[in-house]
Design a protein around this ligand. Structure first.
Ligand code: MG
Ligand code: ZN
Length: 178
């Protein structure tokens, strides 16, 4: 049976978007984001991060720096009892530096990262969901046949519960047994 996934944009969804965040000291978790990842795993979803990282093309930081930060982010998630199954990132920008100067298929609003994830992880788009804070996130999800919600502030877990991406009954039964 194909997998179900929740796709998370990074900047503005997992962490507060201060612009081209690439240092752990600048990575401030958005309220409810860690809890949402933990709950998504508990409800059997793959957790996939899909993030445009044009700062690499623009020379603000390199891929190694991006990977280092993501390793720290993944460690935070594991410490909270969750797991990020995969991170897809687009390092390109049409006006960036070589070799990242490109009109690519992965930069959202193109669905390239989502289609690759669907293929590589045997994901059923119709059982999956994306949360992003930009119109380009929503456009990418729509192009890939994935339902989505635009995050405009508040608590990530609450939003995913409200739109029915995550099932409250899991949380209710959990808190009853506490
Ligand atoms: Mg964003
Ligand atoms: Zn790209």
């Amino acid at each position: 049976m194909p997998n179900k996934a929740i796709f998370f944009d990074r900047d503005g969804v997992l962490n507060v978007d201060f612009g081209h965040v690439h240092k752990y000291e600048d990575f401030q978790w958005v309220p409810g984001a860690l809890a949402a990842i933990v709950e998504a795993k508990r409800q059997g979803f793959l957790v996939i991060v899909v993030t445009n990282q044009a700062g690499i093309a623009k020379g603000y930081y390199d891929e190694a720096t991006f990977f280092r930060l993501m390793d720290q982010v993944k460690a935070d998630v594991v410490n909270a009892g969750g797991l990020i199954d995969e991170v897809y990132f687009c390092p390109h920008h049409p006006e960036g530096n070589p070799p990242y100067r490109a009109v690519c298929e992965c930069r959202k609003p193109k669905p390239g990262m989502l289609l690759r994830a669907i293929n590589e992880h045997n994901i059923d788009p119709t059982r999956s969901f994306l949360i992003g804070d930009a119109d380009t996130d929503i456009q990418a999800a729509t192009a890939a046949g994935i339902r989505s919600v635009k995050f405009t502030g508040g608590n990530i877990l609450d939003v995913l519960l409200q739109v029915g991406a995550l099932d409250t009954t899991f949380i209710d039964s959990q808190s009853l047994s506490d």
